[in-house]
Design a protein around this ligand. Structure first.
Ligand SMILES: Nc1ncnc2c1ncn2[C@@H]1O[C@H](COP(=O)(O)OP(=O)(O)OP(=O)(O)O)[C@@H](O)[C@H]1O
Length: 258
């Protein structure tokens, strides 16, 4: 299921503004890669190019190439909706469908993709909620609104919804920034389980979190406000946090700027 991502010379624009410039790197399958860097350096923009969400913003476009196990995500004839099925996303604020039950939130993506028998749906819903480490907390309230769960539970519900359609890549944009420390730990533990099955990319402002959960870390920076963000370096998380090649990386992770 899990796929390798190769990014070559990727730039992204909002109208005339170039938000990221010439990024080339790869993301290993069955691993967690963290994107870190100061505010505005383009981490979220870059993340959204990987499931073709960037182009949903009017006037936004990309240049360059992103390949998923060799297949060009921006190739002619590629359906962006199909890309988003394979590359799932979890957002900063938990965003369950507010009027839907816990069950329907998880089943929603499957219902869009085709028709399933009730038994099949029940199985996928349970498996996904178990996979998101939420089953025991919600198994007796599957028909209650998803919006009635705590923030941490809602975020795990969103993760269950994302994994129910069996994506190959899971993108997480600051998934813990709206959560308390206990819910944050629950999500971090979950990531360690999920990477057995998925390629995971996480944007985080929390250095300890990047160090705890990721196998590889990419540091982005921008030379000045209004300039595009660039990849400074990417490598094994242990190395980036203990002995980075670039001084800018060391300054950032040691809190000297950003
Ligand atoms: N919808 C948009 N329209 C125009 N410019 C945008 C839009 N979204 C982001 N930008 C600009 O693109 C640049 C990169 O923003 P982005 O949100 O990707 O950075 P980031 O590193 O994720 O920041 P943060 O850590 O603060 O979330 C910024 O200059 C931002 O103002």
């Amino acid at each position: 299921m899990s796929k390798r991502i190769d990014i070559n010379g990727l730039s992204a624009y909002y109208g005339d503004f170039k938000a990221i410039d010439g990024i080339s790197m790869h993301v290993e399958p069955k691993s967690v890669t963290a994107f870190i860097g100061p505010s505005g350096c383009g981490k979220s923009t870059f993340l959204r190019t990987v499931n073709r969400m960037h182009e949903v913003t009017p006037g936004a476009r990309v240049e360059g190439e992103i390949r998923l196990d060799g297949e060009d995500l921006y190739g002619p004839g590629v359906d962006p909706v199909g890309v988003r099925r394979v590359v799932g996303m979890v957002f900063q604020r938990p965003n369950p469908f507010p009027t839907m039950s816990v069950y329907e939130n998880v089943a929603a993506g499957l219902r869009l993709n085709g028709s399933y028998k009730k038994r099949e749906l029940d199985d996928v819903v349970e498996k996904s909620l178990r996979g998101a480490n939420l089953w025991n907390e919600v198994k007796d309230r599957l028909n209650r609104p998803g919006s009635g769960l705590s923030g941490g539970q809602q975020q795990r519900l969103c993760i269950a919804r994302a994994i129910a359609v069996e994506p190959q890549v899971l993108l997480m944009d600051e998934p813990c920034s709206a959560l308390d420390p206990i819910s944050t730990l629950a999500i971090e533990d979950l990531m360690a389980d999920l990477k057995e099955r998925f390629t995971i990319v996480i944007v985080t402002h929390n250095m300890q979190q990047a160090a705890r959960v990721s196998d590889r870390t990419a540091f982005f920076n921008l030379s000045a406000v209004g300039e595009p963000g660039r990849l400074v370096e990417v490598g094994d998380t242990d190395k980036i946090f203990s002995n980075p090649d670039e001084k800018a990386t060391e300054d950032y992770i040691s809190g000297r700027f950003g």
